[in-house]
Design a protein around this ligand. Sequence first.
Ligand code: UDP
Length: 315
Amino acid sequence: MEKILITGAAGFLGSHLCDRFLFEGYQVIGMDNLITGSLENIDHLFKLKQFQFYHHDVSKFVHVPGKLDYILHFASPASPIDYLEMPIQTLKVGSLGTHNLLGLAREKNARLLIASTSEVYGDPLQHPQKEDYWGNVNPIGPRGVYDEAKRFQEAITMAYNRYHGLETRIVRIFNTYGPRMRINDGRALPAFISQAIRGEDLTVFGDGSQTRSFCYVDDQVEGIYRLLLSDYDLPVNIGNPEEITILEFANEIIELIGDTPSKIKNLPLPKDDPKQRRPDISLAKDVLGWEPMVSRREGLRKTLDYFMDKVKENS
Ligand code: UDP
């Protein structure tokens, strides 16, 4: 049985990846320090003998006994509010944490896939973003702690790949949504859905003309799964290329909820908020045969059911 270590296992993406690899017959070790993750996301896995959980911060030395075939590094605060509140931890998990896992991967002769991000493109001047675009990042702005940690993470990963011949993979994740997103992580989707369910106004930052492209979590997980098992070691964008303005997105959610008094309320645009974002996924299509299958309408419906329960629990 192949064994995989998943860091950030109690987080949104990490927990879905645990599910997928268990489903595929792997033995899974989940690791998380629980500063943004929640055990609730993996509660259902503790009864499985193929699953183990280590409560550990990967910024400190990581020890895993026995063999290890694969490592997925998904630990990091990942929403703008989180990395503004935890700037040092964000820098450490992307840099020191990645370094520790690269060392572990060498020791175990394991293949390591790191979770990078569309944030490496910053406020992009090229549209849509292709993997060979170097980006437009403000290193000392509020998002710099995340963006630069992720850029360093890519650099050190490629260094281990080239210098030590380590097998590595890099996924650049664009905005992804679905069940198990934290209801209060400050992101547009959880904010809008929970506001609309409660009948509050939806807080659109700026005039809402900035764009994003939202990928449903099952599509994202499929892309990551294929990339890990592929032989392609340069960065690959995984995201949904269907682009929408944030204002349109907010209105779509009001429509989806239906019977709600919610309207749009404009608040100031946060500093360095990217004006546009949309992945060019031709590389993923070519090398992985991957493209998203779930439409926004369908994905939002599935996500809404989850948030309905969460909002009830929290009210
Ligand atoms: N946003 C918004 N209202 C909110 C939260 C976010 O208008 O309550 C905007 C935010 O300024 C950004 C977009 O929605 O332009 C997506 O934000 P999110 O935090 O989801 O992700 P990111 O900025 O990292 O893409």
